[in-house]
Ligand binder design. Sequence first.
Ligand SMILES: O=C[C@H](O)COP(=O)(O)O
Length: 264
Amino acid sequence: MANARTPLIAGNWKMNQDHQEAIHLVQKLAWALKDAKHDFSQVEVTVLAPFTDLRSVQTLVDADKLELTYGAQDVSQHVSGAYTGEISPVFLSKLGVSYVAVGHSERRQYHAEDDALVNAKSKAALAHGIIPIICVGEPLEVRKAGDQVSHTLAQVDGALEGLSAEDAAKVVIAYEPVWAIGTGEVATPQDAQEVAGAIRARLAELYSADVADAVRVLYGGSVKSSSIAELMKEQDVDGALVGGASLDAEEFAKIAQFKAAAAS
Ligand SMILES: O=C[C@H](O)COP(=O)(O)O
């Protein structure tokens, strides 16, 4: 993998872990990574926690000077106002979050989020110094029809509409085929590379080779420590967005340690 992109392993806890459980999970993860002598300059590690956990996670990370980062799972496209139940990017920024997932397929499916909203949320995050992890990917029927690339690229186009090259270079794009999420059915490395490579080529078309080179493209969908090393061998896969396996500190630490697994 001859590029300058630092791999990112992101754990999306989804609606799991109250704030006390969150503290324990982050502590266990930090210990496991310390035991493994994890080098954060080689592989970045982040956890996307429920909103109610973020203050506790921030306090722990600051107090113990942990090198792992944290993020949220959603953000409002608005800064403030009469939007009951929404969370402003300003609030997240004050809590020191580095990342926010935007347009996860569960938000698209259960909350009818469309590309325009994903675009607005991505811009709101970037405007407040938070990196959006923009989630894209096709459902099973689209994959069966062989239209996974065009479907996913249309989501990428929609998410990036109107973003400057400077902002586009900062985003993370997570390719998550919906049929692989929480099903135990991980995409093959070749499946992941096909779409990740197409996403990078689209970034070059929309912006420039430099932007395409800068953006990290993650794969998500049933990633485990047994599958990560092969996925990471693909030239356009720069990390993983991990759901279920991120709730197990030892297993998630092993995923972050994919280089050690590949070397042994
Ligand atoms: O955000 C994470 C993805 O939805 C993957 O979830 P999973 O690893 O449980 O399949």
